[in-house]
Ligand binder design. Structure first.
Ligand code: ZN
Ligand code: ZN
Length: 88
């Protein structure tokens, strides 16, 4: 289940809102998109921001993390030259 705020893809935490939007609502603030002041690396269903280059890239540009089932590396494939050399 997703947050009620339009365009927000975060999972619901409380009263139909994600943590961020619930907090905004709880404080009586106007609800805004969270992305612009999100400090942690941005991530959604389509992809995330690479921790190395800071670019938003889709999941197909991330390699699976062999140490963690279902997880991806925090760096995109562009930032992994040794992998890139193997695949091109
Ligand atoms: Zn939300
Ligand atoms: Zn990168």
């Amino acid at each position: 289940m997703k947050c009620k705020f339009e365009g927000c893809t975060r999972p619901v935490k409380n009263k139909g809102y994600c943590v961020g939007h619930y907090t905004q609502q709880h404080r009586g603030q106007q609800l805004r998109p969270l992305r612009e002041y999100n400090r942690t690396p941005y991530k959604d269903e389509e992809g995330k921001v690479c921790t190395k280059c800071g670019e938003y890239r889709t999941w197909d540009l991330y390699y699976n993390n062999p140490r963690k089932e279902g997880a991806k590396h925090s760096r995109c494939s562009v930032c992994w030259p040794r992998y890139r050399n193997l695949t091109t």
